[in-house]
Write a protein that binds this ligand. Structure first.
Ligand code: NAI
Length: 349
């Protein structure tokens, strides 16, 4: 280990990012320069003189950005998130090491998902506003019990499983769908893996916890919604493009979808994380969704707990130290274009 100082350009910085990254960076000789700008073709230049860049979910790491970073001598992209759908992984092959934080407090996201569900079905968002205005009427606040209802969970990885545990605690029946079902969940006896069709038609609540891939893009589209039980509650705390927002809006207008809770939105990149309160919202679909009494939108905040922020900073710094100190990739962390085998065989360097 040579413990060389690693210089990282940190993009899309928010005030809540700095304390944990400064703490773990200082302790591990990783210096972060915090830029408020998002990473894109115009801002990639800021990475000049840095060993790597640290990016988040709404930074753009397409072919042009990757080429620019490579030409500046940047060798690593450290994503401070789990998903990497915003990175052109094929193009990154042979150019950039791509590190990510595969797991950080799955409870943060799972608990936010349940918070959204309870807020929606017990009308807490309405009651909160009413009582602040000394309006103590209960009209229009009738909810329903979760106990005994069926939840369909798509994606039974870390977050999906944490959410399933919470739902089981509420006495719900659990249906699950995963491309790679987990054997221990299959044997658990309390969770039934089913095909998507069955999950769609039997669930009272549907929650998305799979990654965004070509296969899962618009997994909730017009056809899926047609198969839903009338009045279903749809929860999406995973990635916006899992849901065709236009189809969802139509489903809400037709009363097929009883409620939707969205922490993510397909076109969130230019909106979420920013204060747009003084601006005219150009996105009519989002504006219409937000105007609905049975839609709750949070701006990609499911990860935002103290524990998750600590985990994210610690893992990112450890990933970087491991990469620079061992002269071989921390293979499971570095995809280098999605070809982990290359990392394992040391071809990364
Ligand atoms: P994970 O990798 O532990 O689990 C993902 C699961 O999805 C796996 O079981 C996998 O087999 C399954 N899967 C893969 N392809 C599938 C397909 N085509 N159909 C159905 N299932 C499929 O990931 P984790 O940690 O549970 O995260 C899940 C997602 O949550 C991430 O991909 C990310 O998009 C999102 N996320 C959202 C956050 C937020 O703040 N809103 C924060 C962190 C993650």
């Amino acid at each position: 280990m040579d413990n060389k100082n690693i210089k990282i350009a940190f993009f899309d910085t928010k005030p809540y990012d700095r304390p944990s990254f400064e703490k773990y960076g200082k302790a591990n000789n990783v210096s972060f320069k915090f830029f408020e700008a998002k990473l894109n073709e115009d801002t990639a230049e800021l990475a000049h003189g840095f060993d790597g860049v640290c990016a988040f979910v709404n930074d753009t790491v397409d072919a042009a950005v990757i080429d620019r970073l490579e030409s500046l001598g940047v060798s690593v992209l450290a994503l401070r998130c789990a998903g990497f759908n915003n990175v052109d992984m094929k193009h990154a092959y042979g150019k950039l090491h791509v590190l990510r934080v595969p797991a950080y407090s799955p409870y943060a996201v799972a608990e936010h998902t349940m918070a959204l569900l309870l807020t929606s079905i017990r009308r807490i968002h309405k009651a909160y506003l009413r009582s602040r205005d000394f309006n103590f009427s209960l009209s229009g606040l009738v909810g329903f019990d979760l106990h005994g209802k069926t939840v369909g969970v798509i994606g039974t990885g870390r977050i999906g499983r944490a959410f399933i545990d919470i739902c089981l605690g509420f006495g719900m029946k659990v249906l699950a769908y995963d491309k790679y079902p987990s054997p221990d969940l299959q044997n658990d006896g309390r969770v039934r893996y089913v095909e998507l069709d069955t999950l769609f038609s039997e669930s009272d609540v549907i929650s998305l916890h799979c990654p965004l891939t070509d296969e899962t893009y618009h997994v909730i589209d017009e056809k899926a919604i047609e198969r839903f039980k009338k009045g279903v509650v749809l929860l999406n705390t995973s990635r916006g493009a899992l849901v065709d927002a236009e189809a969802l809006l139509a489903g809400i207008k037709s009363r097929k979808v009883g409620a939707a809770c969205l922490d993510v939105y397909e076109e969130e990149a230019d909106l979420f994380f920013e204060d747009n309160s003084g601006h005219i919202l150009e996105d009519d679909t989002l504006a219409r969704l937000i105007s609905m009494p049975n839609v709750i939108v949070t701006s990609h905040q499911a990860f935002l707990t103290e524990e998750a922020l600590e985990n994210i900073a610690e893992t990112t710094v450890n990933n970087l130290r491991q990469l620079f100190d061992t002269s071989s990739c921390p293979n499971e962390l570095c995809y280098r274009g999605g070809v982990a085998e290359d990392c394992k065989s040391g071809k990364c360097f």
